[in-house]
Design a binder for this molecule. Sequence first.
Ligand SMILES: [Zn+2]
Length: 509
Amino acid sequence: MKKMSLTFSFLVISINCFSQMLLHNDNDISHPLVVYSTMSNNPTPAVNSPKVYNIYFHILTEEGGSSNVGEAQVMDAVKNLNVAYNQFYIFFKYRGFDNIYSNEHINIRTPGNTISPLLPTQDDLHSFSLQNNHQVDNAINIFVVHNFLQIDNGIETVLPGYVSYILNPNVGHNMPNIFIPEAFFTTGVLVHEMGHIFGARHTNENGVGLTPINSSVCERVTRDPDNINSYSGFNADSAGDGNVDTYASPFEYEDADVDENGVYIGHQRDCSGFNGYDSNGNNLPYLPGVLYVTYPVPIKNFMNVNRIEDIQFQGEFTFNQGERFRNYVEDPINSQLALFATTVESLYEPFETTNIGGNAIISVEDLGNGYATVCRNLLEKHRFQKGFDYIFPENDGDPDLINVNINNIPVDINHSLDYPIIINQIDPTQIGTVTVVCTRGVICTEEEFVSGTDLITDFIGSYNFTIEQWDKLKVNDPNLYDYLQAHKYHIIKKVTETGVLYEVVVYKE
Ligand SMILES: [Zn+2]
C-alpha cells in the first residue's frame, strides 16, 4: 500500500506540472472504433425512435472503508449521461450501483504502464469483477476507481477514462466496460467514453501532438468542399472525427491560448500551409495556412481530447456527431448494442422501490376451508432516476413530486394505485398520453380464521338480536352452515390470525 500512496503523490505533482498532458495515450491503447467516413445516411435525430441502454456502476472501495462516491455522485453521472444524449434520443436506464471492496484493485494501470507493473490492469479488474459477481450481464458496466495510471511521454500520469470491450462469458460476447477515476466521474469524461461506445471518434483524432503538421490526416480549417487541393484543401469529412461541424483543432496550445470560457484565442494556423512536392520530391514553398480561430475550436466538445485543463469546459455535442450516433445505433452491423439495450417503458419504472409500511387491506375472500385470502396494498416508496423532467398528472399534492426535474430524484409515496407518468425528454408533445403503470406491491396471503361471531336477528337493523362467540374449532367447522338457526339473519364476522375481519350476511331458510 505504501507504494500506491507514493504513486499517487507523484500523480498529483505531474498534473500540476505538465499542462500539455494527453488525456488519452492512443499509442498505448486504442479504442474500438467504427465510424462512417461519409455522411451518406443522415437521419434527423429528433424523429428517431428512442433507444435505451442499461448502465450499472461499480465503486472500488477500500476494504472496511467507505467511498467518496455514493448514490449522489452516481445519480449525477446518470443525469450527465442522459442530458448529453437525450437530444439524440439515446437514453440511459440506471440499474444500480455496488461497491467492490478490494484494496488490490482500487488503483489500476494501462497494460503499457511499466512504471507501476504491480498494479492490476483494467483487464485484471474485469476478471476480478466477473469472479466476484460484479458484472451485470445486460448493462454497460462502469467501474469507478481511485486512479488509473498510464505512461505518457515516459511519465506516469492519470488516464481520465477508458472504454474497452472485454469478454463476458455469461453473455458469450464482448461487452463494453468503462473505467474512470473518481476525480473525473462526474465530469464530461464519462460522456466522452460513452461516446466511443456509440461510435464517436475524437474531434482531433490523429491530431493533437500526434500528427506531423504536413500530414494528410491533419484536419484543415477550411469548410469549403469546393477547395479540393489535396494538400491544403477541404478534408473535414475524413480527417479528425470526419464531422464537418466539429472544427479543426490546433496542434498544441497553452493556457494563454484559451479564455475563461474555453474558447481558443491563439494565433496558430492549420496544416494547409503544406503545398506538396516539386518534381524532385522537395517541399514546395509553404503557404501561410489558415488561422484555427476562423471557426470555433471544439475545446468544449465532449470528444475533444487534449489537456486535463480542458475537461472543465466539456459540455457539447454537435449535430453531425448526433447524426453519427444515430447512424451507429440504427446500423444492423452494430447489433452488439442490443446486448445492453432495454425498453422505453423501463424509463418510467422506479429504480428503487422500498416497503415503508402501511397495511391497507384491499380484499378478504373466505376460501371455505378455514382460511381466507387476504390482499394488502403495502405502502411503498418509489424513486425515479435523475436526468429527466417528470410529470405526474395525477399528483395529489405529494411534496416529493412537486418541481421534479433533471436535478431531483422524484419520490412517490402518496399514490395508492397505478398512475400515469410523463417524461418530457421522451415525449414532451404527448403529455397525458404516455401512461406506464407503476404498481405498488399488492400482496395476497392465506390466513387461517381463528375466531368469529354470529349476530342472529329476525331482520337487519333490529335491536333484538343475540350474539354467538365462535372459537377456532367452530369458525372452521366445514358444517357450520348446518348449525345456523333457520329463518334468521346471520351477520357473521370471522377474524384471521392477523386480526383481519371477514364479514358476510346470510339468511338461512
Ligand atoms: Zn477517447
